[in-house]
Write a new protein. Structure first.
Length: 83
């Protein structure tokens, strides 16, 4: 509910393997004249040593989520986290 209350239009997650998922979300930023932004990101994670987990998120292309010309602007993001 929070995603949609904050301008979210679409949200999906697909499990790719035991250590990766595909995340798709579309958000209307609420700025007049801005086309909604669409993110398509693969998340990977693995344990490193005792008590440490490394995660990485990168942009990807996927046949289930082709770019829809003019409907959304494909956004970009990249993250690396160690817990």
């Amino acid at each position: 509910k929070l995603h949609y209350a904050g301008g979210g239009l679409e949200r999906d997650a697909i499990k790719l393997s035991d250590h990766s998922d595909l995340f798709h979300q579309v958000i209307d930023l609420g700025v007049p004249g801005f086309t909604p932004r669409e993110w398509l990101v693969r998340g990977l994670w693995m344990r490193q040593g005792i008590g440490s987990i490394v995660t990485a998120y990168e942009d990807v292309e996927h046949e289930d989520f082709t770019e829809q010309s003019g409907k959304y602007v494909r956004a970009s993001s990249l993250a690396f986290w160690r817990f």
